[in-house]
Design a protein around this ligand. Structure first.
Ligand SMILES: N[C@@H](CCC(=O)N[C@@H](CS)C(=O)NCC(=O)O)C(=O)O
Length: 225
């Protein structure tokens, strides 16, 4: 297996919010990679060989380095070239950013999964109530809404940052779980503006371009196209 285009190879799954945050950073940084879209139930052997844990995104650099955590792929992209409009976080902001991302990848994601797919969590003795988990997500969203109300339109003010693009794909998923409810529930004005701007952004459009699932021997595709 080789880097046919002389570019890093990104194994990705279009709808995965972790892969999405990685692609957002790659696009924002103005980088190019060879993209290998996959189907989660049939992961390519090469991907599993370089990253046996079997999650996307996986970035395979030309020197053989494997980066298989989404936040590390984001950080790699930003280290190559900080996106022109992204805010450079000071130490205090960086600490806040890390706390928010830990909350998102931990408690928020745990409850989001149970809100979206309650049937996966039912057991003989336990019925998973999606609304209980939606309420738990809301407790976190309320915090981000109030930050955005005070200092929006982005989490750290007038410029987007690592924090916004690490978090937004998951807020998008939260909305998708019940769009009618989300769009009509009172409150969350600042959060809704933040999400809507993201949903309408050329950045997201580029990050969400569709690719057919890759198989060994296929012609390589560049991302962004
Ligand atoms: N901590 C990992 C989590 C990535 C992750 O869980 N991705 C999901 C897709 S959204 C996945 O690949 N799951 C494996 C599977 O469903 O087989 C990261 O941040 O990259």
């Amino acid at each position: 297996m080789e880097h046919q285009l002389g570019l890093p190879v990104l194994y990705t799954f279009r709808r995965c919010p972790y892969a999405m945050r990685a692609r957002l950073a790659i696009v924002a940084a103005g980088l190019k990679v060879e993209v290998r879209e996959l189907v989660l139930r049939a992961k390519p052997a090469h991907m599993l060989e370089i990253s046996p844990k079997g999650t996307v995104p996986v970035l395979w650099l030309r020197d053989g380095t494997v980066i298989d955590e989404s936040l590390d792929v984001m950080q790699w992209a930003v280290n190559q070239s900080l996106p022109a409009d992204w805010l450079v976080l000071n130490a205090e902001q960086q600490q806040q950013c890390d706390e928010w991302i830990a909350l998102l990848d931990g408690e928020f994601k745990r409850n989001l999964d149970r809100y979206k797919y309650p049937h996966r969590y039912h057991t003989e003795t336990y019925t998973c109530d999606p609304l209980e988990h939606r309420a738990a997500c809301e407790k976190i969203l309320v915090q981000w809404n109030s930050v955005l109300e005070q200092q929006g339109p982005f989490l750290f003010g007038s410029q987007p940052s690592f924090a916004d693009y690490a978090i937004l794909p998951f807020v998008r998923q939260f909305r998708i779980a019940d769009e009618v409810w989300f769009d009509t529930v009172p409150g969350y004005a600042a959060l809704k503006l933040w999400l809507t701007a993201f949903l309408q952004s050329p950045l997201l459009e580029q990050a969400m371009v569709k690719f057919s699932p890759w198989q060994p021997g296929d012609a390589p595709f560049t991302f962004p196209g």
